[in-house]
Design a protein around this ligand. Structure first.
Ligand SMILES: Nc1ncnc2c1ncn2[C@@H]1O[C@H](COP(=O)(O)OP(=O)(O)OP(=O)(O)O)[C@@H](O)[C@H]1O
Length: 257
């Protein structure tokens, strides 16, 4: 039996420090992320939430002048030390951003993009993946008659669901979501939240959110960050009802932030 099957932690982050040049943006972060749970990250602007999420699939490598120390163990492998195929890592750890950012291509081609990169060429196989991925995000009925129309013609909420379908098409284990609903209206937001609750049956999800009601609605665990430090990580119900740290309490009760 491998390490990965023995542990419930998909990620195990140990003593992670990150600097942008001289700026110490993440300070000694120790953070387990548990399989098939939703983990929400909250904290005031600039506290390091997005930075942390971008370390998990090494998107952070695109930023110049970044230095990291510590360990980011993904399924038992320290991705900071081991030579890795980054395309493979990002296949397993998909990411969805604040604003749906479909490619200027058809709905179909957006979803088929990842599988094609990974060598799937047969139309029948691609058709199956596209259909399934769009069904998974409850978009199929809305777009099945216009799969070859431009993705940019969809509404904001539909574009965000399309981007989630695009991330799911490569069969990831983990889905990172950086403020996925901040540009959406309440109804589209609700649809994405319902989707998150369905997706956690199959995927491990990490979501950055400024909306504390959202964190309490969708997540199992909540992590509170402040000025680059992980102040508290616990069951979401505990964080919002009886946090250990007074800084967490100050933030969730709106005393600062
Ligand atoms: N590319 C960069 N170069 C230099 N500093 C950066 C860079 N990206 C982020 N920072 C700094 O690192 C700190 C953490 O930023 P980060 O974007 O991770 O915060 P955040 O909690 O996600 O904020 P927000 O909620 O506003 O999105 C901030 O002080 C920010 O200014």
């Amino acid at each position: 039996m491998t390490f990965a099957t023995l542990t419930r932690n998909v990620f195990d982050i140990k003593d992670l420090n990150l600097w942008y040049g001289e700026h110490h943006a993440l300070k000694n972060i120790n953070f387990p992320i548990i399989k098939k749970e939703v983990t929400a990250m909250i904290g005031p602007s600039g506290c390091g939430k997005s930075t942390f999420v971008k370390t998990l699939n090494l998107m952070i490598n695109y930023v110049s002048n970044v230095k990291m120390t510590g360990e980011i163990n993904f399924n038992g492998h320290n991705i900071l030390n081991e030579k890795l195929d980054l395309v493979e890592l990002r296949k397993k750890v998909g990411m969805v951003f604040q604003k749906g950012n479909p490619f200027p291509q058809s709905i179909y081609d957006n979803v088929a993009y990842g599988p094609r990169i990974h060598g799937i060429k047969k139309k029948k196989h691609l058709d199956e993946i596209v259909t399934k991925s769009l069904m998974n995000v409850a978009l199929w009925d809305e777009v099945k008659d216009r799969l070859h129309a431009p993705a940019l013609g969809l509404s904001g909420g539909q574009q965000q669901r399309l981007c989630i379908a695009r991330a799911l098409a490569t069969k990831p284990e983990v889905l990172l979501m950086d403020e996925p609903t901040s540009a959406l209206d309440p109804i589209s937001t609700l649809k994405i939240e319902e989707l998150i609750l369905e997706l956690k049956e199959k995927y491990t999800i990490v979501i950055v959110t400024h909306n504390m009601q959202q964190a309490s609605r969708v997540s199992d665990k909540t992590a509170f960050f402040l000025m680059g430090e992980l102040i508290e990580l616990d069951e979401t119900s505990k964080i919002f009802s009886n946090p250990r740290d007074e800084r967490t309490e100050g933030y969730i009760t709106g005393r600062f932030g």
